[in-house]
Design a protein around this ligand. Structure first.
Ligand SMILES: [Zn+2]
Length: 634
């Protein structure tokens, strides 16, 4: 059944939607959107029926025009009825009926064998005046291009299969390499010089399209054209739940938009879905019947509702101020959100979501924003500046979790057992956020132990050690604190949550060690604990709040400023490493304070003076005092 439905003209924005220069989105999303929009350059060429009706076709290969041996129209093409001859009418009607019963997806399926029927009429190929038969086939859609194609079987796989099946000629007009001049066994779609093409014989591939297009333009039979795969957005849905389409139908005035002051149209809450599953709004008398805003006569409302993607296209705007001017009548200059909130918040800085939205939600919301900009509602071009896609946690064996397979690991069960903070921290720690991966049930115990240690570290009193911490000890811990702030802050920016957790684990270890020293209870110790809690808060919001409160800090940890690091404190301290060979000092080397044994030995052995004293002998033993000394025994 044919339906009259509402579309939005997203195709007006096809070219602009191909411009990603203002946004930082994952490359694969950009590629998917580009393919979805499907821009191709070519030519619109005007064929004519024998009766003189113009039939425009779009082709990306105007250089193959001389090889067109038939034309195919969509079964719904308006000329089909007019051109079909009496002899073929019955077969054509039957075919049209079959085509109308299939979905677009069925019709366009590449797996499906191509079928079609001849309609008894002919078209004239404008480049060589040849008479070519006109067919209809269900794989040509009225909604793609012009609903008509020229078929060049020698150089298009689909046309080749069709021509073979129906015994249509397959003349070669692009010379394949090493071609023997015989019939082709498959379509040749590669480049090659033009042949059998009248004035263009011998034209090399790289010049062909441009030259032929120019020639077509000079003769007024064709012109350069850009075609997009993108089609207008069909927003009508035949169902009750959805945003109403604010249109009424009046017998006298036709389609009339609901005036601003009557917006929004609100769905009834008591509509009953009939047993047929049909749209309940069609049977809700009160909703259905209204008066025409223009003439005041009886009218009915549009009962189709909008695609749910309409709502998600602008929720980032609606959520700014959901009750903005609620109950006040709207007028032509009304904005659907508070402009001051918009000024502050928009566009969205960072947006995260699944890659499965690439060609639906993520393209619709870009379109919406551009349309809103053109309506004067916003002054920017893109809804979200940075987009990042999260990975998916799979079942243990790497397959997709699904209810039907019974391999779903339910977060609720884990939360009940371990607590939400542990589950959150484990998910952050165990997988790279943007990659995901197979579920691992074992690692979570490690996170449990870590959070228990954090708890004890903060709350369990320790014995105060004798003496005062040295300046080095204080500087060492302070360096550690600020280094950790830097790491966690930087990692947060790039969604590296796994390394945030590992940095916090290392920091917990460092503080645990400090707890056994005179550092415990000093101001730098307190700074360390406070920093740990603040850095932990986004990952583990509950335990951090609890510890924050129990240590007497003001509610709430989630309203505190993010800690900032002091750049002077994060530079790696430089130490002097003393190198001995058999107990005698042979070198003094500058090294970073946290240099490890292996690295220290490597550095020592690279020193020329040390090399002279080792003199190629085997190093039998290495004594290493961290941060101070390497003694090589040879
Ligand atoms: Zn009216």
């Amino acid at each position: 059944k044919e339906l009259e439905q509402w579309f939005w003209r997203i195709t007006n924005y096809a070219e602009e939607l191909l411009d990603f220069s203002q946004i930082d989105w994952p490359e694969r999303i950009v590629t998917m959107q580009k393919n979805w929009i499907g821009r191709s350059e070519g030519a619109n060429v005007t064929f004519r029926s024998e009766q003189g009706d113009p039939i425009v076709v779009f082709t990306t290969r105007p250089d193959t025009l001389w090889g067109a041996t038939f034309m195919v129209l969509a079964p719904e093409h308006p000329l089909v009825d007019k051109l079909t001859t009496a002899e073929y009418r019955e077969a054509v009607e039957e075919y049209k009926y079959q085509a109308a019963r299939q979905s677009e997806i069925e019709r366009l399926s590449t797996a499906k064998e191509k079928t079609g029927v001849f309609i008894g009429a002919y078209a004239i190929n404008p480049v060589n005046e040849e008479r070519i038969p006109i067919w209809i086939a269900d794989y040509v859609m009225m909604t793609y291009g012009t609903g008509a194609i020229m078929a060049v079987p020698a150089h298009d796989e689909r046309d080749f299969a069709f021509a073979q099946k129906y015994g249509l000629p397959i003349p070669v007009v692009i010379e394949p390499p090493d071609w023997d001049g015989g019939p082709l066994t498959e379509a040749y779609t590669g480049p090659g010089p033009m042949i059998n093409s009248g004035p263009f014989d011998g034209t090399p591939a790289e010049e062909a399209v441009e030259k032929v297009t120019k020639w077509l333009e000079e003769r007024g039979i064709g012109e350069f054209a850009i075609n997009y795969r993108l089609r207008d957005w069909l927003i009508s849905r035949q169902r009750y739940w959805g945003a109403p389409i604010p249109i009424v139908y009046c017998e006298k005035c036709g389609m009339v938009p609901v005036p601003y002051e009557d917006l929004p149209v609100i769905l009834p809450t008591d509509a009953v879905i009939p047993p047929t599953g049909d749209n309940a709004l069609k049977y809700h008398e009160e909703f259905l019947h209204t008066t025409c805003p223009k003439c005041g006569g009886p009218a009915t409302r549009e009962t189709d509702t909008m695609d749910t993607f309409v709502c998600s296209s602008w929720y980032n705007y609606a959520y700014l101020s959901p009750y903005y001017k609620e109950g006040e009548p709207a007028h032509a200059d009304s904005t659907p959100f508070d402009p001051q909130e918009a000024e502050y918040w928009l566009p969205v800085d960072v947006y995260t979501g699944g890659a499965e939205h690439a060609t639906m939600h993520l393209i619709y919301t870009r379109f919406f924003t551009k349309a809103m900009r053109d309506m004067g509602l916003v002054d920017f071009d893109e809804p979200m500046i940075v987009l990042r896609n999260q990975g998916v946690i799979q079942a243990e064996d790497g397959s997709k979790m699904s209810k039907s397979k019974g391999n779903v690991v339910a977060p609720d069960d884990l939360v009940a057992r371990y607590g939400a903070d542990t589950v959150r921290a484990y998910l952050m720690f165990g997988w790279r956020w943007e990659q995901g991966g197979p579920w691992d049930p074992h690692g979570i115990e490690g996170v449990v132990r870590w959070l228990q240690r954090v708890w004890n570290l903060v709350l369990e009193p320790a014995e105060k050690q004798d003496g005062e911490p040295t300046d080095e000890e204080i500087a060492g811990l302070r360096h550690r604190i600020h280094k950790t702030i830097q790491r966690v802050t930087d990692d947060m920016e790039v969604f590296a949550f796994n390394t945030i957790i590992s940095s916090l684990m290392e920091f917990t270890n460092a503080l645990s060690k400090a707890k056994q020293t005179p550092l415990y209870g000093t101001p730098v110790w307190e700074e360390g604990i406070e920093t740990l809690l603040l850095l932990l808060a986004p990952a583990c919001p509950h335990i951090s709040e609890e510890l924050w409160e129990r240590t007497g800090r003001p509610y709430s940890i989630h309203q505190q400023s993010w800690p900032e690091y002091d750049p002077d404190l994060i530079t790696e301290a430089v130490i002097t490493l003393i190198v001995q060979v058999n107990g005698k000092v042979r070198a003094r080397l500058e090294a970073t304070a946290d240099i490890g044994k292996e690295q220290a030995v490597e550095m020592a052995l690279a020193d020329p003076n040390v090399q002279r004293h080792v003199a190629g002998k085997e190093v039998r033993k290495v004594i290493y005092v961290p941060g101070r000394l390497v003694n090589l025994v040879v």
